[in-house]
Design a protein around this ligand. Structure first.
Ligand code: ADP
Ligand code: ZN
Length: 830
């Protein structure tokens, strides 16, 4: 008889590592799939997640794992399964994919610490090599110092001279061997990341004392009065804020007038602070005291619900494209479907592109479902996200509203997954694992048997193709709610404006007139220019070169407020030089313009108007975007200028004018999706106008008034755009006609990058059966953060083959593998 194997497969959050197998020592219970474990890896101790029992490895070859962190699985089994699919499909391996599914603070890591020994102290007074003295000097206080901090301190003192981390580690190892220091590896973080606070409550005895006037001192009296009105208790920190000292609390506790206990608190994103669980149970979101009256669905909305409702929460898998023009009331349909799913004891998962930019959706759900709604997005503090995640995991939540990573939310039985604005590029994660939230959502729906609804006015070509082929059901909303008209759109040919008024025109005559109207009438306007900064570049009239980023192959953008030229890729910035750094020419010109310039021009022309700007420069700080949008929504601003951020799903009923400054900004990009992106952006931004009782107008300025993306966007005509665009993609063999896998190789020199990419190409070609390999060629962004980049493109009917060919070529070549980025279904071709 064979005993069952005590080996498990574990995913660790280390790139380019497969699953690792470990032995579960006899003194530990066998962990379940989804539980976290501590494992040794080289000299480190890492948190891993058990992804399977391993029956194949020979246990005598395996290292034992160190500890179990969870007695019940942290990740539900179906989420582990989904993550493994992601790791495979997107070629990231299981580690990064499982990490993406984990809540914040789940990874307990160990960090090396160094501490001086008595012998080390003695050694300092004798002869020592300089390198050793340097390390010991940093340790003289006798404490245990993180090695990373030592490395930083040493790099600091040697600024300018080359330092190698490897040198430091070798030195530390040698010092430890000679017993001058000890190296240790304490754990950082802990297995539980719940926040707890001390909460004080009045006792019956205390209340009695209060009533009988037996309390001395104003402070004690104040404290007990406060507590008597709050039977669920008051956090100690709040008492202190109210001027009641910890000393007073201690005295009252000694007299038996109050008790103080530690309680887990929920960091609640709706309140921006922490509250105890007891508070949370009865609480409601701000502004939702009165439930909003339920809207009567329009005929089209009702038909959509009739068609989709029967599938929500039934355990059957299906996918629907909900294609509804801007303002057709898609959110209301999501709500009704979510109710249907919840009524069948299943949960709903609502994905939105960026919560900061679409807070309205979350609020709408919160009104309908109260505190059975959780939010999950990266704008939350880690603490709040962690607590929300665990509420979901405990089964206290019916609806999750979140961004891309929420696709992994640990709901027990998902019955409905909505992907709102499914065409939006922010669903694609541009770092490992490079997954597309929409496509993972569809896979999750398939694995658990749910209805997936992909909503958009401008579906991604991929999605519409699936609908056309009958793989997705297509449900259409052709009209805005309450028969509101779509905005009328005017195209302004900027070549004519330039001919008449010179090349410095930012606002065309027509746009000036229209803005003037709005400002006088007190209506609102949105102005889009998808380029931030003040001037697009700084150009030398003598040598005709622009100021370039020293690290990336792009020119620097000039920002006026900070008076600096910046790289939008690596963050490099420099002051504006007096003379051209290349030829010392004295005539430096600012060419082109961005949102900062548009904002300045408008503010100057209409001094009385309240103008603000929404782009990555103005919303760096957390919550800034939501604040700006709230202000605009509340009518505290007249004109909002911004990048694509102003185009996203907003519903501002008082906007009657949308202006697009340079509609063609995105068309010059070396990317086959340039036309599709431009069409989507223009259709979406025009769709922000006329959503209330007043009709809307859009004015689109362009140098290419006849470009098909621009023409079709102005008519909000999706189908003809799709037909033309598909023709182009088919002729050029681009997605969705074929599947695409990109591989970018980074190296310190161009030749090295090209050479490595050539080897990779050769290996892939040798394994190619039904796909072609293009390249290597310099990537469109040939240099990024100081590294040269060479690119390969694989095209074929089957992603699996292409992915396997690349991975097989990289097998056993760890160093090269770390410099290669494989992107399956890449969205950005740069
Ligand atoms: P979409 O996402 O399709 O662009 P929204 O869901 O944002 O549209 O809805 C647009 C506006 O119409 C919102 O202000 C919403 O409250 C309103 N609305 C939706 N459905 C109805 C309805 N049946 N009756 C009246 N107003 C509605
Ligand atoms: Zn740069």
């Amino acid at each position: 008889m064979t005993t069952p194997s005590r080996a498990v497969s574990v995913a660790v959050p280390v790139p380019a590592l497969g699953c690792l197998s470990y032995l579960v020592p006899e003194h530990l219970a066998m962990p379940e799939v989804g539980a976290r474990v501590l494992v040794p890896l080289g000299t480190r101790v890492l948190t891993g997640c058990v992804i399977a029992r391993d029956a194949t490895s020979d246990p005598s070859d395996l290292k034992p794992l160190i500890d179990l962190l969870d007695t019940t699985p942290l990740l539900p089994a179906d989420v582990v399964k989904l993550a493994l699919w992601v790791g495979d499909y997107y070629a990231s391996g299981p580690g990064p994919a499982v990490a993406a599914a984990m809540p914040p603070k789940a990874w307990v890591v160990s960090e090396r610490h160094a501490q001086i020994t008595p012998a080390g102290r003695d050694a300092l007074s004798g002869q020592l090599r300089e390198g050793r003295r340097q390390v010991l000097d940093l340790l003289t206080d006798g404490g245990a110092h993180p090695v990373a901090r030592l490395a930083r301190a040493i790099a600091e003192t040697q600024r300018g001279t080359e330092t190698r981390q490897g040198g430091l580690y070798a030195r530390l190892t040698a010092l430890a061997r000679d017993e001058l220091i000890t190296l240790s590896q304490p754990l950082k973080g802990s297995a539980s990341a719940f926040k707890s606070v001390s909460v004080a409550r009045a006792t019956p005895h205390g209340l009695e004392m209060l009533e009988r006037g037996q309390l001395q001192g104003a402070r004690q009296l104040d404290a007990l009065r406060l507590l008597s009105g709050r039977p669920s208790g008051v956090a100690l920190t709040e008492l202190v804020r109210q001027g009641i000292s910890r000393d007073t609390v201690r005295r009252l506790a000694l007299r038996g007038a109050l008790t103080s206990t530690r309680e887990v608190v929920e960091r609640d994103p709706w309140f921006g602070g922490a509250q105890t669980l007891t508070d949370a149970a009865g609480a409601r979101a701000p502004g939702d005291g009165a439930p909003t009256p339920e809207l009567v669905l329009t005929d089209e909305q009702q038909r959509a619900v009739d068609s989709l409702g029967p599938d929500a929460g039934t355990g059957r898998f299906s996918v629907a494209l909900l294609q509804g023009v801007t303002g057709s009331g898609k959110t209301e349909i999501y709500l009704t479907l979510a109710r249907a799913a919840v009524a069948r004891h299943r949960q709903a998962l609502i994905l939105v592109p960026e919560i900061a930019l679409t807070p309205a959706v979350a609020t709408r759900f919160r009104r309908a479902f109260g505190d059975r709604v959780a939010v999950q997005h990266s704008g939350l503090s880690d603490g709040a996200r962690h607590d929300q995640w665990h509420r979901i995991r405990r089964g206290e939540i019916d609806v999750v509203v979140g961004t891309r990573s929420a696709v992994f939310a640990p709901l027990p039985a998902v019955g409905l997954i909505v992907v709102d604005e499914e065409h939006d590029g922010s669903y694609k994660q541009e770092e490992s694992p490079r997954y597309h939230g929409r496509d993972v959502a569809v896979m999750r729906a398939k694995q658990v048997g749910a209805l997936a609804v992909l909503g958009s006015a401008t579906p991604a070509l991929e999605t519409y193709r699936h609908a056309e082929a009958g793989r997705y059901r297509r449900v259409v909303l052709t009209e805005r709610v309450l028969s509101r008209p779509l905005p009328s759109v005017r195209i302004i040919d900027m070549r004519e404006e330039f001919a008449e008024h010179g090349p410095d025109v930012v606002l065309s005559g027509a746009l000036v007139e229209a803005l003037d109207d709005r400002v006088t009438r007190g209506e609102q306007a949105l102005i889009l220019l998808n380029r931030r900064g003040y001037a697009a570049s700084v150009f030398c009239r003598q040598c005709a070169r622009s100021l370039e980023c020293p690290n990336c192959s792009v020119s620097l953008t000039f920002h006026r407020r900070s008076d600096r030229a910046r790289c939008h890729y690596c963050g490099y910035s420099r002051s504006r030089p007096e003379r051209c750094p290349e030829c010392t020419g004295a005539y430096l010109e600012q060419v082109g313009f961005g949102t900062e310039r548009v904002e300045a021009d408008i503010a100057e022309r209409w001094p009385g108007a309240r103008v603000a700007r929404l782009d990555r420069d103005t919303v760096r700080r957390q919550g800034a975007a939501a604040r700006l949008l709230n202000q605009f929504g509340a009518g505290e601003l007249d004109v909002l200028v911004g990048t694509q951020m102003v185009a996203k799903g907003h519903d501002f009923p008082r906007v009657t004018l949308v202006g697009v400054i340079s509609a063609d900004v995105g068309l010059g990009v070396a990317d086959f999706r340039a036309g599709e992106r431009t069409f989507q952006l223009l259709t979406q931004v025009a769709g922000r106008a006329g959503r209330g009782t007043l009709p809307g107008e859009a004015i689109v300025q362009t140098l290419y008034p006849n470009h098909y993306s621009i023409r079709y966007a102005c008519r909000q005509a999706y189908e003809p755009f799709f037909a033309d665009e598909m023709e182009f993609r088919t002729a050029m063999h681009y997605p969705p006609e074929v599947a695409l896998v990109s591989a970018v190789v980074r190296a310190p020199t161009f030749n090295q990058a090209m050479q490595d990419a050539a080897e990779l190409a050769e290996g892939a070609r040798a394994r190619a059966n039904r796909f072609t390999v293009l390249g290597p060629a310099s990537a469109p962004l040939g240099r990024l953060r100081g590294q040269y980049r060479a690119q390969l493109l694989l095209k074929g009917p089957q992603r699996g083959e292409m992915r396997r060919a690349l991975l097989a070529t990289l097998e056993g070549r760890g160093k090269l593998k770390r410099r290669v980025v494989i992107d399956v279904d890449p969205l950005s071709m740069l």
